[in-house]
Design a binder for this molecule. Structure first.
Ligand SMILES: *[C@@H]1O[C@H](CO)[C@@H](O)[C@H](O)[C@H]1NC(C)=O
Ligand SMILES: *[C@@H]1O[C@H](CO)[C@@H](O)[C@H](O)[C@H]1NC(C)=O
Ligand SMILES: *[C@@H]1O[C@H](CO)[C@@H](O)[C@H](O)[C@H]1NC(C)=O
Length: 333
Protein backbone atom coordinates (compact mmCIF):
# COMPACT_ATOMS: atom_id res chain seq x y z
CA UNK A 1 0.00 0.00 0.00
CA UNK A 2 3.00 2.28 -0.31
CA UNK A 3 1.33 4.45 -2.93
CA UNK A 4 -1.38 5.64 -0.61
CA UNK A 5 -0.20 8.70 1.22
CA UNK A 6 -1.94 10.81 3.77
CA UNK A 7 -5.60 11.14 3.20
CA UNK A 8 -7.02 14.47 2.32
CA UNK A 9 -9.39 15.51 5.03
CA UNK A 10 -12.84 15.84 3.66
CA UNK A 11 -14.04 18.17 6.36
CA UNK A 12 -14.61 20.80 3.68
CA UNK A 13 -17.09 18.55 1.96
CA UNK A 14 -19.25 18.67 5.04
CA UNK A 15 -19.07 22.40 5.44
CA UNK A 16 -22.61 22.89 4.41
CA UNK A 17 -23.95 26.37 4.25
CA UNK A 18 -27.12 26.63 6.24
CA UNK A 19 -29.45 29.08 4.63
CA UNK A 20 -28.16 32.16 2.93
CA UNK A 21 -26.25 33.76 5.77
CA UNK A 22 -22.52 33.49 5.58
CA UNK A 23 -20.21 34.16 8.48
CA UNK A 24 -17.53 36.80 8.14
CA UNK A 25 -14.80 35.27 6.08
CA UNK A 26 -11.27 34.46 7.05
CA UNK A 27 -10.19 33.30 3.59
CA UNK A 28 -10.22 35.43 0.47
CA UNK A 29 -13.77 35.54 -0.86
CA UNK A 30 -12.37 35.65 -4.40
CA UNK A 31 -11.53 31.95 -4.22
CA UNK A 32 -15.20 31.48 -5.12
CA UNK A 33 -15.32 33.79 -8.14
CA UNK A 34 -14.21 33.63 -11.73
CA UNK A 35 -11.56 35.93 -13.08
CA UNK A 36 -12.46 39.64 -13.23
CA UNK A 37 -15.78 39.24 -11.41
CA UNK A 38 -16.70 42.42 -9.51
CA UNK A 39 -18.68 42.17 -6.27
CA UNK A 40 -19.44 44.51 -3.41
CA UNK A 41 -17.14 44.12 -0.43
CA UNK A 42 -19.28 42.32 2.18
CA UNK A 43 -17.58 44.54 4.76
CA UNK A 44 -18.48 47.88 3.23
CA UNK A 45 -21.25 49.71 1.42
CA UNK A 46 -18.69 51.75 -0.49
CA UNK A 47 -16.04 49.31 -1.58
CA UNK A 48 -15.98 46.90 -4.45
CA UNK A 49 -13.81 43.86 -4.94
CA UNK A 50 -12.46 42.80 -8.32
CA UNK A 51 -11.38 39.17 -8.27
CA UNK A 52 -8.17 38.64 -10.23
CA UNK A 53 -6.81 35.11 -10.19
CA UNK A 54 -8.82 34.46 -7.00
CA UNK A 55 -7.29 37.40 -5.14
CA UNK A 56 -9.33 40.41 -3.94
CA UNK A 57 -8.47 43.85 -5.30
CA UNK A 58 -10.33 46.65 -3.55
CA UNK A 59 -11.66 49.92 -4.94
CA UNK A 60 -13.47 52.64 -3.02
CA UNK A 61 -16.31 54.90 -4.13
CA UNK A 62 -15.85 58.49 -3.08
CA UNK A 63 -17.12 62.02 -3.46
CA UNK A 64 -20.74 62.56 -4.46
CA UNK A 65 -21.16 58.88 -5.48
CA UNK A 66 -20.10 57.10 -2.30
CA UNK A 67 -22.00 53.79 -2.66
CA UNK A 68 -21.11 50.78 -4.75
CA UNK A 69 -23.97 49.32 -6.77
CA UNK A 70 -23.30 45.59 -7.29
CA UNK A 71 -25.85 45.37 -10.11
CA UNK A 72 -24.38 48.04 -12.36
CA UNK A 73 -20.81 47.81 -11.03
CA UNK A 74 -20.80 51.59 -10.64
CA UNK A 75 -20.40 54.10 -7.83
CA UNK A 76 -23.77 55.76 -7.18
CA UNK A 77 -25.29 58.58 -5.16
CA UNK A 78 -27.59 56.31 -3.17
CA UNK A 79 -28.81 52.72 -3.08
CA UNK A 80 -32.53 52.09 -3.07
CA UNK A 81 -33.68 51.30 0.44
CA UNK A 82 -35.91 48.40 -0.60
CA UNK A 83 -33.08 46.33 -2.03
CA UNK A 84 -30.20 47.17 0.22
CA UNK A 85 -29.18 47.44 3.81
CA UNK A 86 -26.73 50.07 2.59
CA UNK A 87 -29.16 52.95 2.51
CA UNK A 88 -27.94 55.81 4.65
CA UNK A 89 -29.75 59.07 5.13
CA UNK A 90 -28.22 62.39 6.03
CA UNK A 91 -31.63 63.92 6.69
CA UNK A 92 -31.37 65.88 9.93
CA UNK A 93 -27.79 64.84 10.61
CA UNK A 94 -25.79 67.26 8.45
CA UNK A 95 -22.17 67.64 9.59
CA UNK A 96 -22.45 64.38 11.56
CA UNK A 97 -20.76 61.06 10.99
CA UNK A 98 -22.76 57.86 10.39
CA UNK A 99 -21.46 54.30 10.64
CA UNK A 100 -21.14 52.17 7.51
CA UNK A 101 -23.85 49.55 8.25
CA UNK A 102 -21.61 46.83 6.79
CA UNK A 103 -18.37 47.72 8.39
CA UNK A 104 -16.66 48.44 11.71
CA UNK A 105 -14.12 50.81 10.19
CA UNK A 106 -16.13 52.68 7.55
CA UNK A 107 -18.18 55.83 8.11
CA UNK A 108 -20.03 58.53 6.20
CA UNK A 109 -19.66 62.22 6.84
CA UNK A 110 -22.85 64.11 6.03
CA UNK A 111 -21.63 67.23 4.28
CA UNK A 112 -25.25 68.43 4.12
CA UNK A 113 -28.78 66.96 4.38
CA UNK A 114 -28.26 64.74 1.33
CA UNK A 115 -24.56 64.22 0.74
CA UNK A 116 -22.83 61.41 2.58
CA UNK A 117 -19.09 61.21 1.95
CA UNK A 118 -17.35 57.92 2.58
CA UNK A 119 -14.33 57.59 4.79
CA UNK A 120 -12.61 54.87 6.75
CA UNK A 121 -10.76 54.76 10.04
CA UNK A 122 -7.02 54.13 10.25
CA UNK A 123 -5.82 50.56 10.79
CA UNK A 124 -6.42 49.11 14.26
CA UNK A 125 -9.37 51.43 14.88
CA UNK A 126 -13.14 51.19 14.57
CA UNK A 127 -15.65 53.91 13.94
CA UNK A 128 -17.94 54.69 16.88
CA UNK A 129 -21.10 56.66 16.08
CA UNK A 130 -21.71 57.58 19.71
CA UNK A 131 -18.38 59.29 20.17
CA UNK A 132 -18.22 60.31 16.47
CA UNK A 133 -14.60 59.21 16.31
CA UNK A 134 -12.37 56.34 15.33
CA UNK A 135 -11.57 54.49 18.53
CA UNK A 136 -9.01 51.88 19.35
CA UNK A 137 -10.10 48.27 19.06
CA UNK A 138 -10.20 47.59 22.79
CA UNK A 139 -12.76 50.38 23.17
CA UNK A 140 -14.98 48.95 20.48
CA UNK A 141 -17.44 46.11 20.66
CA UNK A 142 -18.26 46.24 16.97
CA UNK A 143 -18.11 42.89 15.16
CA UNK A 144 -18.49 42.34 11.45
CA UNK A 145 -21.72 40.52 10.92
CA UNK A 146 -22.79 37.83 8.52
CA UNK A 147 -23.83 38.73 5.00
CA UNK A 148 -25.97 37.36 2.21
CA UNK A 149 -24.27 36.48 -1.05
CA UNK A 150 -27.03 38.00 -3.11
CA UNK A 151 -26.49 41.38 -1.44
CA UNK A 152 -22.93 41.50 -2.77
CA UNK A 153 -23.14 39.52 -6.05
CA UNK A 154 -25.28 40.53 -8.99
CA UNK A 155 -27.78 38.19 -10.58
CA UNK A 156 -26.69 35.46 -13.02
CA UNK A 157 -23.06 35.31 -11.87
CA UNK A 158 -22.02 31.74 -11.09
CA UNK A 159 -19.81 31.15 -8.09
CA UNK A 160 -18.45 28.20 -6.18
CA UNK A 161 -20.29 27.01 -3.10
CA UNK A 162 -17.47 24.70 -1.94
CA UNK A 163 -20.03 22.02 -1.11
CA UNK A 164 -18.99 19.58 -3.83
CA UNK A 165 -17.11 19.38 -7.09
CA UNK A 166 -20.22 19.63 -9.24
CA UNK A 167 -22.02 22.34 -7.30
CA UNK A 168 -22.21 26.08 -7.52
CA UNK A 169 -24.38 29.03 -6.61
CA UNK A 170 -26.09 31.72 -8.62
CA UNK A 171 -28.38 34.57 -7.56
CA UNK A 172 -31.65 34.68 -9.47
CA UNK A 173 -33.75 37.77 -8.84
CA UNK A 174 -31.79 38.32 -5.66
CA UNK A 175 -32.38 34.79 -4.34
CA UNK A 176 -29.52 32.36 -3.80
CA UNK A 177 -29.90 29.14 -5.81
CA UNK A 178 -27.97 25.88 -5.58
CA UNK A 179 -26.99 24.51 -8.98
CA UNK A 180 -25.49 21.22 -10.11
CA UNK A 181 -23.35 20.67 -13.20
CA UNK A 182 -24.47 18.09 -15.78
CA UNK A 183 -23.31 14.56 -14.98
CA UNK A 184 -19.97 14.41 -16.80
CA UNK A 185 -18.77 17.80 -15.59
CA UNK A 186 -17.51 19.68 -12.56
CA UNK A 187 -17.69 23.33 -11.60
CA UNK A 188 -14.56 25.32 -12.36
CA UNK A 189 -14.38 28.42 -10.17
CA UNK A 190 -11.77 30.18 -12.33
CA UNK A 191 -14.06 30.30 -15.36
CA UNK A 192 -17.44 30.11 -13.64
CA UNK A 193 -18.51 27.22 -15.87
CA UNK A 194 -19.04 23.47 -15.81
CA UNK A 195 -16.18 21.66 -17.56
CA UNK A 196 -14.84 18.12 -18.03
CA UNK A 197 -14.19 16.51 -14.62
CA UNK A 198 -10.51 15.95 -15.21
CA UNK A 199 -9.93 19.68 -15.68
CA UNK A 200 -10.96 20.42 -12.12
CA UNK A 201 -8.61 19.67 -9.28
CA UNK A 202 -11.27 18.82 -6.75
CA UNK A 203 -10.60 17.18 -3.43
CA UNK A 204 -14.26 16.93 -2.57
CA UNK A 205 -15.61 14.52 -5.17
CA UNK A 206 -19.29 13.86 -4.55
CA UNK A 207 -19.79 10.58 -2.78
CA UNK A 208 -21.25 7.97 -5.12
CA UNK A 209 -24.41 6.34 -3.72
CA UNK A 210 -23.53 3.59 -1.25
CA UNK A 211 -19.83 4.26 -1.84
CA UNK A 212 -18.95 2.33 1.30
CA UNK A 213 -21.57 -0.36 0.85
CA UNK A 214 -25.05 -0.79 2.24
CA UNK A 215 -25.97 -1.06 5.91
CA UNK A 216 -26.34 -4.83 5.46
CA UNK A 217 -22.85 -5.19 3.95
CA UNK A 218 -20.55 -2.25 4.68
CA UNK A 219 -17.17 -1.92 2.95
CA UNK A 220 -14.64 -1.75 5.77
CA UNK A 221 -11.02 -0.58 5.66
CA UNK A 222 -10.94 -0.75 1.86
CA UNK A 223 -10.19 1.61 -0.98
CA UNK A 224 -12.96 2.21 -3.52
CA UNK A 225 -13.04 4.14 -6.80
CA UNK A 226 -14.35 7.71 -6.61
CA UNK A 227 -16.55 6.93 -9.62
CA UNK A 228 -15.45 10.16 -11.32
CA UNK A 229 -11.79 9.79 -12.26
CA UNK A 230 -9.38 6.96 -12.98
CA UNK A 231 -6.93 8.11 -10.29
CA UNK A 232 -9.25 9.04 -7.45
CA UNK A 233 -10.35 6.77 -4.64
CA UNK A 234 -12.00 6.85 -1.25
CA UNK A 235 -10.93 5.01 1.85
CA UNK A 236 -13.88 3.48 3.67
CA UNK A 237 -12.91 3.13 7.30
CA UNK A 238 -14.47 0.51 9.55
CA UNK A 239 -17.00 2.19 11.83
CA UNK A 240 -17.35 1.30 15.50
CA UNK A 241 -21.07 0.77 15.11
CA UNK A 242 -20.72 -1.40 11.99
CA UNK A 243 -22.44 1.05 9.63
CA UNK A 244 -20.93 2.13 6.26
CA UNK A 245 -18.38 4.96 6.58
CA UNK A 246 -20.46 8.11 6.01
CA UNK A 247 -17.44 10.29 5.29
CA UNK A 248 -14.71 8.36 3.46
CA UNK A 249 -11.50 10.28 2.76
CA UNK A 250 -10.63 11.03 -0.88
CA UNK A 251 -7.17 10.84 -2.42
CA UNK A 252 -5.67 10.17 -5.82
CA UNK A 253 -2.87 8.15 -7.37
CA UNK A 254 0.31 9.88 -8.54
CA UNK A 255 0.85 10.99 -12.13
CA UNK A 256 0.67 8.07 -14.62
CA UNK A 257 -0.94 5.65 -12.16
CA UNK A 258 -4.60 4.66 -11.99
CA UNK A 259 -6.52 3.33 -9.04
CA UNK A 260 -6.94 -0.43 -9.26
CA UNK A 261 -9.77 -1.48 -6.99
CA UNK A 262 -9.38 -5.24 -7.48
CA UNK A 263 -5.75 -5.11 -6.36
CA UNK A 264 -6.31 -2.24 -3.90
CA UNK A 265 -3.40 -0.23 -5.21
CA UNK A 266 -2.24 2.41 -7.67
CA UNK A 267 -1.30 0.55 -10.84
CA UNK A 268 -0.11 1.09 -14.40
CA UNK A 269 -3.01 2.63 -16.36
CA UNK A 270 -3.15 -0.13 -18.98
CA UNK A 271 -3.68 -2.69 -16.20
CA UNK A 272 -6.75 -0.88 -14.90
CA UNK A 273 -10.28 -0.99 -16.30
CA UNK A 274 -11.68 2.54 -16.12
CA UNK A 275 -14.00 4.39 -18.46
CA UNK A 276 -13.56 7.87 -16.92
CA UNK A 277 -11.19 10.22 -18.76
CA UNK A 278 -8.00 8.22 -19.27
CA UNK A 279 -6.03 11.34 -20.19
CA UNK A 280 -6.34 12.58 -16.61
CA UNK A 281 -2.94 12.69 -14.95
CA UNK A 282 -1.13 11.17 -17.93
CA UNK A 283 2.17 12.34 -19.42
CA UNK A 284 1.99 10.84 -22.95
CA UNK A 285 0.02 12.66 -25.65
CA UNK A 286 -1.42 9.37 -26.97
CA UNK A 287 -2.88 6.90 -24.48
CA UNK A 288 -4.86 3.71 -24.70
CA UNK A 289 -8.66 4.09 -24.87
CA UNK A 290 -10.99 1.90 -22.78
CA UNK A 291 -12.96 1.00 -25.93
CA UNK A 292 -13.03 -2.83 -26.09
CA UNK A 293 -10.63 -4.41 -28.59
CA UNK A 294 -7.56 -2.28 -27.79
CA UNK A 295 -7.58 -0.69 -31.26
CA UNK A 296 -8.46 2.82 -30.10
CA UNK A 297 -6.40 5.56 -28.53
CA UNK A 298 -6.98 9.01 -27.08
CA UNK A 299 -5.28 12.26 -27.96
CA UNK A 300 -4.60 14.08 -24.69
CA UNK A 301 -3.97 17.73 -23.94
CA UNK A 302 -3.66 19.27 -20.49
CA UNK A 303 -5.02 16.17 -18.78
CA UNK A 304 -8.18 15.80 -20.85
CA UNK A 305 -9.18 13.88 -23.96
CA UNK A 306 -9.24 15.96 -27.12
CA UNK A 307 -10.41 13.11 -29.32
CA UNK A 308 -10.53 9.37 -29.73
CA UNK A 309 -8.92 7.78 -32.76
CA UNK A 310 -8.81 4.27 -34.16
CA UNK A 311 -5.91 2.17 -35.43
CA UNK A 312 -8.29 0.51 -37.88
CA UNK A 313 -7.23 -3.13 -38.16
CA UNK A 314 -4.10 -2.48 -36.08
CA UNK A 315 -3.68 -2.33 -32.34
CA UNK A 316 -2.53 0.57 -30.21
CA UNK A 317 0.83 0.21 -28.50
CA UNK A 318 1.17 2.88 -25.84
CA UNK A 319 4.91 2.34 -25.32
CA UNK A 320 5.53 3.08 -29.00
CA UNK A 321 2.78 5.72 -29.07
CA UNK A 322 1.50 4.24 -32.34
CA UNK A 323 -0.45 1.54 -34.13
CA UNK A 324 1.10 -1.92 -34.59
CA UNK A 325 -0.05 -4.96 -36.61
CA UNK A 326 0.57 -7.54 -33.88
CA UNK A 327 -2.27 -8.28 -31.44
CA UNK A 328 -2.17 -6.29 -28.20
CA UNK A 329 -4.28 -7.09 -25.17
CA UNK A 330 -4.53 -5.09 -22.01
CA UNK A 331 -6.83 -5.28 -18.99
CA UNK A 332 -7.89 -1.73 -19.79
CA UNK A 333 -9.58 -2.56 -23.09
C1 LIG B 1 -7.21 37.11 -14.99
O1 LIG B 1 -7.41 38.44 -15.36
C2 LIG B 1 -6.24 39.23 -15.33
C3 LIG B 1 -6.60 40.67 -15.59
O2 LIG B 1 -7.53 40.79 -16.62
C4 LIG B 1 -5.23 38.67 -16.32
O3 LIG B 1 -4.03 39.42 -16.28
C5 LIG B 1 -4.94 37.22 -15.95
O4 LIG B 1 -4.07 36.65 -16.90
C6 LIG B 1 -6.23 36.43 -15.91
N1 LIG B 1 -5.95 35.08 -15.44
C7 LIG B 1 -6.25 34.00 -16.13
C8 LIG B 1 -5.95 32.68 -15.49
O5 LIG B 1 -6.79 34.05 -17.23
C1 LIG C 1 -18.95 53.55 21.40
O1 LIG C 1 -18.40 54.18 22.50
C2 LIG C 1 -19.28 54.17 23.64
C3 LIG C 1 -18.66 55.05 24.68
O2 LIG C 1 -17.28 54.78 24.84
C4 LIG C 1 -19.44 52.72 24.07
O3 LIG C 1 -20.31 52.64 25.19
C5 LIG C 1 -20.03 51.91 22.94
O4 LIG C 1 -20.11 50.54 23.30
C6 LIG C 1 -19.18 52.06 21.70
N1 LIG C 1 -19.87 51.41 20.60
C7 LIG C 1 -19.30 50.46 19.85
C8 LIG C 1 -20.14 49.93 18.74
O5 LIG C 1 -18.19 50.06 20.06
C1 LIG D 1 -21.90 47.39 22.37
O1 LIG D 1 -22.16 47.49 23.78
C2 LIG D 1 -23.30 48.29 24.07
C3 LIG D 1 -23.41 48.38 25.56
O2 LIG D 1 -22.16 48.32 26.17
C4 LIG D 1 -24.54 47.63 23.47
O3 LIG D 1 -25.66 48.45 23.71
C5 LIG D 1 -24.34 47.45 21.97
O4 LIG D 1 -25.44 46.75 21.43
C6 LIG D 1 -23.06 46.69 21.71
N1 LIG D 1 -22.85 46.64 20.29
C7 LIG D 1 -22.42 45.55 19.67
C8 LIG D 1 -22.21 45.68 18.20
O5 LIG D 1 -22.20 44.50 20.25
Amino acid sequence: MEKFGAFVCLALLLLLHNGDLVEARDEDICRLFSNNTVIRDPDSCSQSITCIDHVSHYSTCSGSTPFFDKDTGKCVKSLSSSTSSCSISCKGVATHFLADPKSCYGYYYCADQETPLYGSCPPETHFNATTQTCTRLYESNCTTSSFEYCSIVKNSVNFDNLAGCNQYHVCEKGVLKDKTCASASYYQASTGTCVAKALVDCDAHPLPTNVCGKASKPTENKFVSDGATCRGYFFCAKQKDGTPDPNPAWNQCPQDRFFDQSNQKCNYPNSVKCTADRCDGRSPTFVLSSTPGCRNYLVCSGGVTLQEKSCGNYFFDEDLGGCVPNVKTYTAC
